[in-house]
Design a protein around this ligand. Structure first.
Ligand code: SAH
Length: 498
């Protein structure tokens, strides 16, 4: 019915998960990149699948009332923002709908509108957006390369490629990025420092990482190099150190031919090895390799929601699974009796322990391991041993390094019973969601409340379905826009035991 290269007129009525516009012709859906809801467009058919097709946007025939002038002139080429041409109010609607659709379609929850939600006793809150949906990122990584005239360039990779679009003014990042890049590039020109070339593996400077503490105004610059030193580095350091707020300058050694940006070894050149930032009342130390949420303004709102859903009064035992550097754990520990964090990356747990000390919090204990192994291991061993003996193996090993007592053995008297039946379990898994073994153990442990923080509504819906079939009910849903101009949406959900 439709052939390649055929031209069609469509009305864009929806947007897909990756932000492409969706319009129908004779019942067949077409995905059209860069078309927004409400546009009337002319497309060329590029590819047909059984039930849908892909089209290339040739012309916007009648622009949508929701279409806006993108702030960034490179918006269509760059892979960073997918929906900058859609008004922010409409972006928020699109994301809220995405959460509702997934919960409905995959989870089987009737949440299509608020009347439906009310009938089910579910509080679905309007998505929390940003007042200023630009310049929000506290971290940026700029690739350095050479253009066809031999000039050093920096900017962003074009979508699905390693071609650098020269742009030092990304409107998601902070102003200082541009100043840092100007300094680095003019230093490279002055001292003939070569940019790294992926195809040959030659050249020195690969990437520039800039991190910024929104509340402290501290700046970190980390230069990723194909080697262990930069000639005349002291000149570069001198120029960078003049910037107000500069706190840390470092090198990251990456001599591998790989897509991974940062190397494992960090060489400190100037200042401290980290910057500090705060979310609410909690301080966090951030080093070049630390994971830290990129939108601190929205992160605060998200964590405050998680904290309020946890309903803590000071007597509760809480597990925080997928805890990263302990960001949520420390937030919860302000109001809980004890928080146990579990995270797979060892370096993140080292940061988590450091952050606990920095905030003088003793009521947190962190374990390295997979949530789907640590939790069931702990549960099964303690059930078998009848909650009397300290549990053996990995658990005691991990516990020995707890913040509460670095060398002291963990005291399980009374505590383990609380840990076995925690009041609240918080999970914040990566996009693929929770492992079934982890969810199964949560059901066995029967906490009063489960707080699910999710960065993917589809896996969220799948996991909520499992938990709700196992004795929980969906009580509150709060979408939060952590990535304005992009397609991703974060959601915080409260489940209660029926
Ligand atoms: N809660 C943290 C981090 C969330 S990101 C924050 O808000 O900052 C998800 C985290 O889960 C990452 O740190 C990742 O390393 C970790 N992770 C991934 N798979 C895991 C698993 N199977 N078990 C435990 N942690 C895991």
């Amino acid at each position: 019915m439709f052939q390649k290269n055929m031209e069609l007129e469509l009305l864009i009525e929806d947007m897909g998960v990756d932000g492409a516009g969706i319009g129908k012709a004779r019942g067949v859906a077409f995905f059209v990149k860069d078309a927004v809801i409400g546009d009337k467009v002319l497309i060329k058919v590029m590819k047909m699948k059984k039930r849908y097709g892909f089209g290339k946007l040739l012309k916007v025939l009648e622009p949508s009332p929701y279409r806006v002038q993108p702030l960034c002139e490179f918006y269509r080429q760059c892979g960073g923002c997918q929906i900058q041409a859609l008004s922010y109010a409409q972006q928020l609607k699109y994301k809220e709908k995405k959460v509702r659709d997934n919960l409905q379609r995959i989870g089987g929850f009737s949440v299509s509108d608020n009347t439906e939600c009310e009938k089910q006793g579910i509080l679905f809150h309007p998505i929390i957006g940003m007042e200023e949906p630009f310049f929000y990122r506290n971290k940026a990584q700029f690739p350095i390369g050479t253009d066809k005239d031999g000039k050093i360039v920096t900017g962003f990779y074009a979508a699905r490629s390693h071609h650098i679009i020269p742009n030092r003014k990304c409107c998601l990042g902070i102003d200082i990025n541009e100043t840092v890049l100007d300094i680095v590039i003019s230093f490279m020109e002055d001292y003939h420092i070569a940019a790294y070339d992926e195809s040959t593996g030659k050249g020195l400077l690969r990437h520039v990482l800039v991190r910024f503490g929104f509340t402290t105004k501290q700046i970190m610059v980390c230069l990723v190099v194909n080697g262990r030193r930069i000639p005349h580095a002291e000149k570069l350091v001198e120029r960078l150190a003049e910037l107000p707020g500069m706190t840390s300058i470092a090198l990251s050694v990456n001599e591998k031919n790989t897509n991974v940006i940062m190397g494992e070894e960090i060489i400190y050149l100037w200042g401290q090895g980290y910057i500090t930032d705060t979310i609410g009342d909690i301080k966090y130390q951030i080093s070049p390799l630390s994971f830290f949420q990129v939108n601190p303004i929205q992160t605060k709102k998200l964590y405050e929601t998680a904290l309020s859903y946890a309903g803590l009064t000071g007597t509760e035992t809480v597990w925080d699974l997928y805890c990263g550097i302990g960001t949520i754990s420390l937030f919860l520990a302000q109001r809980a009796k004890h928080v146990y964090g579990v995270e797979i990356v060892e370096a993140a747990i080292a940061d988590a322990r450091k952050n606990a000390r920095l905030n003088a919090m003793e009521n947190v204990t962190f374990f390295v391991g997979k949530a789907e192994e640590v939790l069931p291991d702990f549960y099964e061993k303690h059930m078998q041993e009848n909650v009397k003996e300290p549990c053996p193996g990995i658990f005691v090993e991990a516990a020995r390094e707890s913040v509460a007592g670095e060398t002291e053995k963990y005291k399980t008297n009374g505590q383990s019973a609380n840990m076995l039946h925690p009041d609240v379990i918080v999970v914040d898994p990566p996009r693929k969601g929770c492992d079934e073994k982890c969810l199964e153990t949560i059901l066995k442990m029967q906490p009063e409340r489960v707080v699910y923080v999710s960065c993917d509504p589809a896996t969220l819906a799948r996991d909520l379905k499992y938990l709700c079939e196992g004795g929980y009910e969906l009580r509150e849903v709060q979408p939060v826009d952590m990535f304005p101009q992009g397609v991703h949406v974060e959601t915080c959900v409260l489940l209660g035991r029926k």
